[in-house]
Design a protein around this ligand. Structure first.
Ligand code: URP
Ligand code: ZN
Ligand code: ZN
Length: 474
């Protein structure tokens, strides 16, 4: 058999196994796995190194339209370039419906934004902010059947939030058509009430962002989302879970046999409320995201949930705003009150190395769990498995070859278009030595070697995953 590429002597890690083999690739797919494969047109020696499936970042925001003056720093070109250099080979950002807008129009606009810019493959989630009857009954079912099988709904943010009745409407559509609903769970009225009081007391600095969104508001909304999902009898995924109180709600729901899935992000493992500032310094704006990072005890709760199957996926929630930019963290060039700072932090490129280094190499999680959390579960949850998310005959040759060496994170060496990283100066024990997207080397360990336009749009099948990682139907 003619092979375009052989990755030789790989120590392959999947969500279930670790085994030694060569990987034979033809036309971008894995066609052979075994020892002593015939020579390929190109050969890469992976001796002594672990090879995992390319990451799937199933929660990231790229070139998403924002209320002015905010503008995202990364588009599909810079965002996917950055992802590739950090070991991610598929991204799933959001086609966001503005209130009053048709969902179809939002999807068409988002395809125009993606254009021919992506360096790696991509799918779209939908953000449903206005489930009017024509949207819920016509557009959403049609889009699900066309491969947009997951959508995010918000319980906070004035321009996006749904009330409980609208949440029920959207969940009913998800149930009827087998789609997956991602829920941003924070109580909008509590946040509004606290924000008003903090501002009235002159508490304007970035660090008060955390005080305006204590864990109670996440706990309450998480519980409510679980109740709404139980009422409709449909699985949901609670996104960007930040700490103990939300985790307790999810454990309680699982204990009752409810199909509640959960996602967390590196910021809840590696950042804390102190990163928003211990005094009134505006630099803390860099780490303003929602829910806010908590404290060290909560970081441990998140690690525990990663180890014991509470969490299904670890995503970046990359929401890229420059710090020193009137379209970013300093709206109109000013140091604004905490409630006017665009929410979100960058993290596409650092997600995989942070978890591999601090999770796998520090012995907190197994390499199999790493693969499940960063690739396999997202592929199953969003209908991309087994084409994506594993190393198997027939799968796309999306691979990461890991270099176990000390690497200090410096924004100057990252490939996003954001002017900072929250992880500046942190030293890791590993970084991708090579990333391959459909058999093409897109990161060679030193530089981006991919190209805009290589990435293809992926239509998603319906989800096939239950809490704990089991497939639907078992
Ligand atoms: O602060 C965050 N997380 N910004 C991105 C939008 C979202 O809610 O995920
Ligand atoms: Zn969110
Ligand atoms: Zn997000």
């Amino acid at each position: 058999m003619d092979l375009d590429l052989v990755v030789r002597n790989a120590r392959i890690a999947t969500a279930g196994d670790v085994f030694d083999a060569d990987i034979g690739v033809r036309d971008g797919r894995i066609v052979l796995l075994g020892e002593g494969l015939p020579a390929g047109a190109r050969e890469i020696d992976a001796a002594g190194r672990t090879v995992t499936p390319g990451g799937i970042d199933s929660h990231c925001h790229l070139d998403q339209p924002m209320p002015p003056p905010a503008r995202m720093a990364d588009d599909f070109e810079s965002g996917t370039r950055s992802a590739a250099c950090g070991g991610t080979t598929t991204v799933i950002p959001f086609a966001a419906q503005a209130k009053g807008q048709s969902l179809r129009e939002a999807v068409d606009d988002y395809h125009r934004r993606a254009g021919n810019k992506a360096a790696i493959d991509y799918a779209f989630h939908l953000i449903v902010s206005d489930p009017a009857p024509s949207v819920a009954q016509e557009e959403l079912p049609a889009l699900i059947s066309e491969g947009y099988t997951s959508f995010k709904i918000y319980m906070t943010y004035d321009d996006l939030k749904l009330d409980d009745r609208q949440v029920l409407d959207v969940l009913s559509v998800a149930r009827e058509h087998g789609a997956m609903t991602m829920v941003h769970a924070e109580n909008a009225d509590c946040i509004g009430w606290l924000t008003e009081r903090l501002l009235a007391a002159g508490k304007r600095a970035p660090r008060y962002h955390a005080a305006s969104r204590p864990m109670l508001v996440e706990r309450e909304a998480t519980h409510r989302a679980i109740a709404l999902s139980e009422l409709v009898d449909v699985p949901i995924l609670i996104v960007h879970v930040s700490g103990r109180e939300a985790v307790e709600q999810i454990r309680w729901a699982r204990g009752r046999g409810l199909p509640i899935l959960a996602e967390t992000c590196p910021q809840y493992l590696f950042l804390s409320a102190e990163d928003l500032g211990i005094d009134d310094d505006y630099q803390g704006a860099r780490c303003v995201c929602s829910p806010p990072p908590r404290d060290r005890a909560n970081q441990q709760v998140i690690w525990d949930g990663l180890r014991d199957d509470l969490f299904t996926v670890l995503s970046s929630d990359h929401a890229p705003f420059n710090y020193d930019d009137p379209a970013g963290k300093r709206p109109e060039g000013e140091e604004v009150s905490f409630d006017r700072i665009p929410n979100g932090i960058p993290g596409l490129e650092t997600r995989m190395p942070l978890l591999y280094s601090e999770g796998v190499l520090e012995g907190r999680i197994s390499v199999n769990r790493f693969v499940a959390l960063t690739a396999t579960h997202a592929a199953r949850l969003y209908g991309l498995y087994p084409r994506k998310g594993t190393i198997a005959v027939g799968s796309d040759a999306d691979l990461v070859i890991w270099d176990e060496r000390a690497v200090t994170i410096e924004n100057a060496r990252l490939h996003h278009a954001v002017d900072y990283t929250p992880y500046e100066g942190r030293t890791l024990r590993a970084w991708p030595g090579m990333t391959l997207s459909r058999g093409e080397v897109v990161w060679d360990g030193e530089k981006f070697t991919g190209r805009a336009g290589h990435g293809r749009f992926l239509r998603c099948d319906l989800p096939s995953l239950l809490p704990g990682g089991g497939p639907v139907g078992t």
